[in-house]
Design a protein around this ligand. Structure first.
Ligand code: NAP
Length: 505
């Protein structure tokens, strides 16, 4: 709901101060574009790397690749660095590039609408309204934790929390602990808590395919070399990029997927001697269909004598127990929900030219153009929007391509003296038809699993179905012919040089 106070005026409102929002802000600043604010709902920056602090939380893509190309970090401690280090990296680059002063904390965007007469967005935030010519969403594709829909969950009388809201004040030592979920998050925290709890019950609905991590410490010699000769770190990054693109190559045909499934199965045989447990942990769908779990210690942790993997469906939660469909009541002291996130709340609150909230337009399928713009929502750019998630490599590669694309769009408006742009619906439709064709029959849509990648109609508006370089190539040049330009109500005309000159200064 809007506030009665006069809205604060900004040229560009960026939503979210995580990797996306801060990366955008840094690049705007470098491009000499001012007048932006970052609206952040929390009281600190960092996004997902602020919120996820569970034991063992770390990146599952090599750190040289999971960092901005314009801000390499020679000091990464490990090939896959831990959460605290990544959060520090975000804070350091934000400070070094002097964008912290643009962050407005405690500003949760609760709604917003495009005003056709002024050609501006009116955003409603928990700290008042903000009017902006451009809105750039950096809300993150997985920022809102989701509790499972299990009867009686709210009656649980023991201690309970979601993995993304870890309660570090709660001591698990010696307790009977239940973990619901066996995705990438649980696979990281289960090996950490297993040795300290008394009894650990891991409730698994679907087993995940795993892939070796081979994490190791980066040596002092390597650190010194990266500091002295940055080209060496760029080479290491390129090697990791190519390694990850090879995984994309393997995931693109059922025959090749069979090869990596074989590697994963052989490793499972080595790590888990008990055939009954191994059977529980063996997926019955194609690898890649769900996010592959990059881990070396998850399966070994499940073989500990104090750990049980329970595959019977959960029917109910009672004040002190998790009850399974076979009627067994599993007594527990603490319940940890590793049940994942709402997918892509990137635009839920925003209403476009026809007043329809994007969440409603997207109720079955999220369709955008190049993951960045949506027809009918002028001057709105999404970072890590639809079809930009990656099952194989660093999302920051996709993010940087999008940031550069947004900069090109702003420069184009500036150069041509126009103030608003809206992607052509026919261009967006053709793009999505092509995506659907490329996705049909792949492991992501026909791999035989349930996953957060999938939409209710069986397609996926989460993933980019190819190589990273293909996404980068598609966004390399902003193509004006894909858009309608104008000031406000004349967005239907092809181009106008009328102008509000809002993009400058
Ligand atoms: P997730 O992959 O969505 O996994 C959720 C788990 O909870 C799944 O095992 C799911 O079972 C289970 N679950 C959900 N509802 C349930 C219910 N009602 N009853 C029983 N089980 C239920 O969530 P996540 O592990 O938090 O990971 C989310 C994403 O975050 C990952 O895919 C990845 O993209 C990202 N992530 C990245 C890193 C990193 O290092 N970069 C680390 C952690 C997470 P089903 O499989 O049957 O649905």
């Amino acid at each position: 709901m809007g506030s009665s106070r006069t809205p604060r005026q900004v040229r560009i409102a960026i939503i979210g101060a995580g990797f996306s929002g801060l990366g955008m802000a840094i690049r705007l600043q470098q491009a000499g574009i001012g007048g932006f604010e970052i609206l952040e709902r929390a009281d600190d920056i960092g996004g997902t790397w602020r919120d996820n602090s569970y034991p063992g939380c770390a990146v599952d893509v090599q750190s040289h690749l999971y960092s901005f190309s314009f801000a390499p970090n020679p000091e990464w401690s490990h090939t896959y660095s831990p959460q605290a280090e990544i959060w520090d990296y975000i804070k350091r680059i934000a400070a070094e590039h002097d964008v912290l002063r643009h962050v407005r904390f405690g500003h949760e965007v609760t709604g917003g609408e495009w005003d056709e007469t002024t050609g501006r967005w009116l955003l409603h935030t928990t700290a008042g309204d903000v009017e902006a010519q451009f809105v750039i969403s950096g809300m993150g594709p997985l920022s809102n934790p989701v509790p499972p829909d299990i009867p009686g969950l709210d009656t649980f009388a023991g201690h309970s929390f979601h993995s993304a809201r870890w309660d570090h004040d709660h001591d698990l030592t010696g307790e009977r602990v239940a973990v619901i979920g066996t995705g990438s998050s649980a696979a990281q925290f289960v090996p950490e808590i297993a040795p300290e709890v008394g009894r650990l019950l891991v409730f698994q609905r679907t087993p995940g395919w795993t892939f070796p991590r081979n994490n190791r410490r980066i040596t002092a010699v390597e650190h010194a070399a990266y500091r002295r000769f940055p080209v060496l770190q760029r080479l290491a990054r390129t090697r990791q990029y190519l390694y990850r693109e090879t995984i994309a190559f393997l995931l693109q045909s059922p025959k090749r997927v069979g090869v990596i499934e074989g590697i994963s199965r052989r490793r499972l045989r080595k790590q888990v001697a008990d055939p009954e447990l191994r059977a529980k942990l063996t997926p019955d769908y194609a690898m890649g269909c769900k996010r592959i779990i990059v881990t070396d210690d998850f399966h070994p942790a499940l073989t500990r004598p104090n750990v049980s993997v329970i595959t019977e469906a959960i029917s109910e939660i009672r004040p002190h127990a998790v009850v399974t469909a076979d009627g067994t009541e599993h007594q527990v002291d603490t319940l940890i929900l590793g049940t994942g996130f709402q997918v892509m709340p990137v635009a839920d609150p925003l209403r476009g030219r026809d007043g329809v909230p994007l969440a409603q337009r997207w109720s079955t399928r999220r369709e955008a153009y190049l993951g960045t713009t949506v027809a009918g929502y002028p001057n709105y750019f999404m970072l890590v929007g639809p079809n930009t998630a990656t099952g194989h490599t660093s999302v920051l590669l996709y993010l940087e391509a999008q940031i550069d694309y947004v900069l090109q769009a702003l420069h184009h408006l500036d150069r041509t003296g126009t103030s608003a742009l809206d992607v052509r619906p026919d261009v967006q439709d053709a793009f999505n038809r092509d995506l659907a064709e490329r996705l049909a029959g792949t492991v992501w849509t026909a791999g035989g699993c349930r996953s957060w990648y999938l939409d209710s109609d069986g397609g996926t508006s989460a993933l980019w179905p190819g190589y990273t370089w293909q996404f980068q190539k598609a966004l390399r040049h902003f193509e004006p012919a894909d858009y309608r330009f104008g000031t406000t109500s004349d967005l239907d005309s092809v181009h106008t040089t009328r102008d509000l000159d809002l993009v400058k200064g």
